[in-house]
Write a protein that binds this ligand. Sequence first.
Ligand code: BG6
Length: 517
Amino acid sequence: MLICDSALMEIPFSDNPFRDGQISRRSPEPCALVIFGATGDLTRRKLVPAIYNLAHEGQLPAGFAIVAFARRPKTTEEFRAEMRAAVEQFSRFPLNAGVWDALAAGIVYHRSEFAAPEEYAALRETLAQLDRRRNTSGRRLFYLACAPSEFATVIEQLGAAGLVEPRGPQRIIVEKPFGTDLPSARELNRVVTGVFDESQVFRIDHYLGKETVQNILSLRFANAIFEPLWNQKYVDHVQITVAESLGVETRGAFYERAGALRDMVSNHMMQLLALTAMESPSSLAAEDIRNEKVKLLRAIRPISPASVGDCTVCGQYARGTIGGKLVAGYRDEPNVAPDSATETYVALHLHLDNWRWAGVPFYLRHGKRLPKQTAEIAVQFKPSPPVLFAAASAVPLQPNVLALRIQPDEGIAIRMNAKVPGTTLNIQPVKMDFPYGGSFGDSSPDAYERLLHDAIADDSTLFLRGDEVECTWALTDSIRAGWETNRAEPAFYEAGSWGPREADEMLERDGRQWRRP
Ligand code: BG6
């Protein structure tokens, strides 16, 4: 169904208020963003508010347009009104009528099934009109915000309708999850690269859009003091924690099929690991950074069914109390089987078989219904030699720790030892803390703002490459296979606790313990 785009002419291109906006990196060219599955939650909560924020900051190219492609019957006016309400509710900046009206003038709703070839011909016509009216010149960003089961259909239809030129100015943004295991990720890679060149494919992991995640590389490579210590000579171990206090909420049906390993570990946590441990790239170009990440992911020692029991723990939350409130166990959540064996907690003990990290354990953990929402990377250094203060102190000296707080209260803290003022020799740990908020003030852009900005500017640095996704699935598939072979059942943990006892034991076997972030 072709929707007349007369509204697109409401604001002439030359008067577009986005035109003189400040562009933070490359100057993006006008383009059309086609969102497949535009009536879903992602569009309402994240995509359109992020686009609005970019418009508000003057970071959208002139002529920017959105085609909302979805199945529900709706007019363009209705869709615009819904998106205005979404911006009022979810945007970082309060709604400014002038900015919204200019943005809304470029929004068109296109009702369609995903598998209807004639609708893609109609879409081509809508886009051709946008080219004429808003000077988008064939530049398209196709955004797969629909159900993953529709990804292949949409990609194939785009190809069949001639909407993609080989190495042309069209890009495709693929939302998470990119497959559910290695075979399905390979198949999706095959489908997407059958229509688009790899350079046209932007695979999303929204953690890469987070300011503090990007700051891992700045901390490591914009400072000379850390990198010399960042290796097996000085680092005792690394802990990466992503804890959530929320449960599965309304996503029980999805989560039953995913579980914590697929939902968080194979993507977000692997990205945190890769950025923390990779070698220095030879430049900040997307390919150089992605090459180093892939090299690092390939260095993760495979986990066999024989080792899975020692180096992984899976758990599931049972009823408990968080913030003084009694919360249901996972099996009592809506759309969850009463005997579900899906894991809501995972802890891993990984080894990286490369020169830099040989012998340094990397402990990763993620869980839902933990005591608080927090994500951090903590690098614990080796203890001081057992002489001088370490020898004289009545209690063992605490080792130095460099902690990168990803969220909330983003910042960097260093734990060191200092003498307590007084006449006795009393050494105690103190914290040197750098909070982002306190130093840089402004609220950081949402991850989707940064990712959409970069996709519009054709910068793929913060997106995943096909081989990267395959590497991480290979690891998590081997863990699942190990669990299945060993018939491992998740260990229960009380909601509001820090996870199952088995996860503590895994570190205690190595003489270590989890931090309490
Ligand atoms: C999503 C997962 O990818 O990331 C969710 O599907 C999880 O289960 C979310 O809650 C966490 O993201 P953030 O940005 O809130 O840490």
